[in-house]
Write a protein that binds this ligand. Structure first.
Ligand code: MG
Length: 434
């Protein structure tokens, strides 16, 4: 079994079974002795949790269960323990199950830690404890209220705000609406009953799935709409006119208020960030929120995020926290002049084009693409951190292989449509020729 950048994920009872969860529990429990376990509302999560807890206990681990919680709530509950185990497949479809492991500072396990667990998994000689070495399970019913209290202590919303929250039937159903009411907001909820079938919409909060949220925000004249993914490490927003706020704009909006001197984003982030944060040192990483968090910790950045809807505030945690982000966003909107749509409209607009081509040559085709791009363009910057990123004077392009499918992904952004189309076609031609 292999960990990816988001832990272990797969289809339940096919790729991830109760047996595999038991083995992961034994492997984690033989490395970490005081572990907190939480789960999302998926139909499979309780089954995986029971097996995971049995595995942890069998090797003498001290286990505390916090029940159904959001991923950032679990990460916060792990602050005084050795390790946090979250049973979640995040925003994947309902048939998926997953496991994500966290350090006490909220940072997901890095590749070195994951390799240690993978090695333990392969070790058939894991020491099972004798009868007197097995601990009772503890239950902590305060994880959600502790997380809410921590957020309440740092947020102050003075203006009366009407907020529509679409929890996507995920774990945030039990947290974000209550938190915002405690902060003094009027709250209308959508899809806020936890349900592993995700009957309201897909658990990934994409613009196409948020038509109901957008129309409710418009119809009730709300100040803002908020939507989460299944485990609420992500958060996206709708403005007061019911328009979906692009995550690149939201990243810029947060960055302008949170990034003091330094900010970390992945290589596929919009040039909007550079345009609106001229005095801020921007560090780009490989695509994936774990890489963003790692770089933030390494350089001590003030803020970081990814246009997938993940926002990382190191003053509270290195785990992306969609619930804190929701409260902080409502606070920011309430403290500034004008409506949210006005505040957002001051940000410059850029043209972006994304597309894919089949990848027949695997990784070897990437080195040829790199060579060709180096010789065919006059660039201001060139990076091979994750795929090939080309920076021109007023545009940039990224070509990278998909991590999950035999595809090459092309992203081009620039100031005008014409320019973007031209650059895109040029790159497409090079790849097709190869
Ligand atoms: Mg998630």
């Amino acid at each position: 079994m292999k960990f990816g950048s988001s832990g272990i994920r797969g289809i339940v009872n096919t790729e991830i079974t109760s047996e595999s969860a038991l083995c992961i529990g034994r492997a984690v429990g033989s490395e970490y002795h005081d572990v907190v376990v939480g789960r999302d509302p998926r139909t499979s999560s309780e089954m995986i949790e029971c097996a995971m807890v049995a595995g942890l206990l069998s090797v003498g681990c001290q286990v505390t269960r916090v029940g159904m919680v959001a991923t950032p709530t679990l990460a916060y509950a792990g602050r005084n323990r050795d390790c946090g185990v979250m049973i979640t497949a995040s925003h994947n479809p309902p048939e998926y199950a997953g496991v994500k492991l966290f350090n006490p500072d909220g940072m997901a396990f890095d590749s070195g830690q994951q390799e240690t667990i993978e090695r333990s998994l392969a070790d058939s000689d894991l020491r099972l404890k004798p009868w007197h070495g097995i601990h009772p399970v503890r239950t902590d019913k305060n994880a959600v209220s502790d997380h809410i209290s921590m957020i309440l202590s740092g947020i102050n919303i003075e203006k009366q705000m009407l907020v529509v929250v679409d929890s996507g039937c995920g774990a945030a159903s039990l947290t974000t609406p209550y938190l915002l009411r405690e902060l003094g907001c009027d709250v209308i909820t959508l899809n806020s009953q936890p349900d592993g079938f995700f009957p309201g919409r897909g658990s990934e909060p994409k613009e196409e799935g948020l038509a109901v949220l957008r129309s409710v925000v418009r119809d009730v004249h709300a100040n803002i709409g908020i939507a989460h993914d299944g485990d609420a490490d992500r958060m996206v927003a709708v403005d007061d006119t019911g328009r979906f706020v692009s995550n690149d704009k939201l990243l810029a909006f947060f960055g302008m208020r949170e990034a003091g001197r330094s900010m970390v984003v992945p290589v596929d982030t919009s040039m909007l960030i550079d345009a609106v944060l001229p005095g801020v040192t921007i560090t780009r990483t490989r695509v994936g929120d774990v890489y963003v968090a790692e770089a933030m910790k390494r350089i001590g950045a003030d803020f970081g995020g990814e246009a997938s809807g993940t926002w990382i505030f190191p003053k509270i945690s290195y785990c992306p926290d969609g619930i804190y982000a929701a409260a902080r966003l409502v606070e920011m909107v309430s403290q500034e002049e004008g409506r949210f749509s006005d505040q957002i409209s001051t940000l410059p607009e850029y043209e972006m084009k994304r597309g894919t081509l089949p990848n027949r040559g695997g990784m070897s085709s990437m080195s040829r693409i790199e060579e060709e791009m180096r010789t065919n363009f006059e660039f201001a910057g060139f990076s091979t951190l994750d795929g090939v990123r080309l920076a021109l004077d007023d545009a940039w392009a990224l070509v990278r292989p998909s991590g999950t499918e035999p595809l090459i992904r092309i992203t081009v952004e620039g100031e005008t449509r014409v320019e973007v189309e031209r650059l895109y076609l040029q790159i497409e031609k090079i790849i097709k020729r190869l």
